[in-house]
Structure formats: structure tokens, C-alpha cells
Write a protein of this length. Structure first.
Length: 117
């Protein structure tokens, strides 16, 4: 069982930056692929970025070049650095974890990110 707790959300002006953190419980953090997702009001949850246990990363086209996912296995923490934020980035951001290539098994409670124009 893995528990995930996000932090770092808030209100920021367009063009600004935020860094989200995802603290994970457990002693096998390094074996998990960590992902970030978001859900805007009235929209479905969408993939943002992932950092696999093997060390590769991938991003949604909408955030490439602006967002960076990273992880610190010694601290059991994943991060999402968000730069050049746009109003359309406004959403609840969720951290997720999975083993293998299946669906994400564990989810955090989410953190609100609001970007004002």
C-alpha cells in the first residue's frame, strides 16, 4: 500500500511558476512509476507527466517545455515544476503511482492550482 500526499498548489498569475510535491509512504518508492494528472472543472482528468522507475520521462503535449517532472528516491518524493503557467493550466493536480505497465494504482487527494490572467 502506498499513500500519496500532494502539496504546493496555490494561486499564481499567468507567466508565473509553482512547484508541486508528492510525498509517498513506503520503502519501495524507487520501484514505482510516478505520474501527475490534472482535472479542470467540467473536464475529464488528463495525463500531465510521468517519471518511470527506470528513469525515463514523458509529458503531455500541452505542457512540454514548460513543466518538468522529477523525483528524489531518497526522500520518497516526486515533483512537478510548472513554469510559464497559463490560465488553462488551472485544475486540481493529482499525483499517482503504479508498478509495471498497468493502470495507476494509488492516487493522492489532489492540490488546487489556479492561474489568473
Amino acid at each position: 500500500q502506498v499513500q500519496l500526499v500532494e502539496s504546493g498548489g496555490g494561486l499564481v498569475q499567468a507567466g508565473g511558476s509553482l512547484r508541486l510535491s508528492c510525498a509517498a509512504s513506503g520503502r519501495t518508492f524507487g520501484r514505482y512509476t510516478m505520474g501527475w494528472f490534472r482535472q479542470a472543472p467540467g473536464k475529464e482528468r488528463e495525463f500531465v507527466a510521468a517519471f518511470t522507475w527506470r528513469g525515463s520521462t514523458n509529458y503531455a503535449d500541452s505542457v512540454k517545455g514548460r513543466f518538468t517532472i522529477s523525483r528524489d528516491n531518497a526522500k520518497n518524493t516526486a515533483y512537478l515544476q510548472m513554469n510559464s503557467l497559463k490560465p488553462e493550466d488551472t485544475a486540481v493536480y493529482y499525483c499517482a503511482a503504479k508498478q509495471g505497465i498497468g493502470s495507476y494504482e494509488y492516487w493522492g487527494q489532489g492540490t488546487q492550482v489556479t492561474v489568473s490572467s
